[in-house]
Each structure stands twice: as structure tokens, then as C-alpha cells.
Design a protein around this ligand. Structure first.
Ligand SMILES: [Fe+2]
Ligand SMILES: [Fe+2]
Length: 200
């Protein structure tokens, strides 16, 4: 699905629904990080105007998602709290640094965009799994997660398209590079401890 090479274990959704409050808190942090990561790329590559525009739109959507998850937290009387260490994203960035590159500087950006694409893909996959179990336990959240499922799939495509653009004449290498990184992402995500987290 969406470039992922490894599917989430079926037990993930049952665990997530049993710990729905923890999942919602983790999800809120994920949305905030998605917005800030997109804006940090805008700040780092201010002359790449396609990137600036597309990631500004994306950050705006992620901030809206964050606000709406925070609304859910408030309704449930939950605190956002301090985020746990994001081992998933850290390992994924480290893994991206091990990919070979002929044009190291160019591929630093390509790989950051591919990391973004895979994070979006994994969120999307997990929201789909959540949608299989939400109707029985929290039906009021179903429309929200249906919308997020579609939106994170779109964000995957935005990051992938920007990666191809950033690779310039090496754009044809991007799909294979995505697959290499996706294989490493699969190992990372299955090695995490299975807590109720969007990427754990
Ligand atoms: Fe989002
Ligand atoms: Fe997203």
C-alpha cells in the first residue's frame, strides 16, 4: 500500500482501540510533527518554490488535523502532554542516510522527502486499520478518520512528487529508492514495541 513493503500486524488495531486515549494523544503529536517538519523543509529550501508552496499547503492541513485531534482530547478531558521520543522517525532518517547517492547534496533533500512520504503512508495504512474497529467502539470518530485516511494518502503523493522533482535528472531512480527505504521502514516499524501509537 502506498509504497509500503511491510503490512502492520493485525493485532495493532485491537491494541490501539483498547488504548484509544493513548493513541489519540500520540496521534496529536504526530500531526504537530507533520506540520512542523513540513515547515522546517520550507525554511531549509526557500528557493525551491514548488516545495515551498506544496509543503505550506500540507503544513496547513496538518495543523488543522492537529487542532481537531486536540479538540477530541479536550472533549475527553485528556492532556496533550510531553511527546515520547520519536524512535520511528529517528530510525527512518538514519536509515535514509545509508542509501547510496551519486549527488549527495541533492539526495539529502530527496531522502527527507521520501521519509516524509513513508511516514504519511504508514499513518494512512494505520488509519485504515483503525477504521475497521472504530465503528464498534467510537463511531463518532469514524468520519474524522475517513477524512484523514484520504488526506494522508494525498500527502504521500505530494512528498513523492516533490522527491522526483528534487532528484532532477535522476528522478527515474526515485521509485527504487523509495522501495529500498520502505524495506528498511518495514523492519523499523516491526521492531518497535507495539504500543498504541500511530507509528509504534
Ligand atoms: Fe495529518
Ligand atoms: Fe499528512
Amino acid at each position: 500500500m502506498l509504497g509500503l513493503t511491510t503490512s502492520t500486524a493485525p493485532s495493532w488495531a485491537a491494541n490501539a482501540i483498547r488504548n484509544l486515549d493513548a493513541l489519540l494523544i500520540d496521534h496529536a503529536h504526530c500531526e504537530m510533527k507533520a506540520a512542523s517538519n513540513a515547515l522546517s523543509l520550507v525554511g531549509r529550501y526557500p528557493n525551491e518554490m514548488d516545495l515551498v508552496w506544496q509543503l505550506t499547503l500540507l503544513a496547513q492541513e496538518e495543523l488543522d488535523h492537529f487542532k481537531r485531534v486536540v479538540e477530541v482530547l479536550k472533549t475527553k478531558g485528556l492532556k496533550l502532554g510531553i511527546p515520547p521520543v520519536d524512535a520511528y522517525a529517528a530510525h527512518l532518517r538514519t536509515a535514509a542516510g545509508t542509501l547510496p547517492a551519486r549527488h549527495r547534496e541533492r539526495f539529502v533533500l530527496v531522502d527527507r522527502l521520501l521519509v516524509g512520504a513513508l511516514i504519511e503512508a504508514r499513518s494512512c495504512e494505520r488509519f485504515k486499520l483503525l477504521l475497521d474497529v472504530l465503528p464498534n467502539s467510537a463511531p463518532e470518530l469514524v468520519p474524522f478518520y475517513q477524512e484523514l485516511f484520504a488526506c494522508e494518502a494525498k500527502h504521500f503523493r505530494t512528498y513523492l512528487d516533490l522527491a522526483i522533482l528534487a532528484a532532477r535528472e535522476d528522478g527515474a531512480e526515485v521509485p527504487e529508492r523509495l522501495e529500498q527505504l520502505a524495506k528498511m521502514e518495514g523492519k523499523i516499524v516491526t521492531s518497535l514495541d507495539g504500543t498504541a501509537a500511530v507509528h509504534g
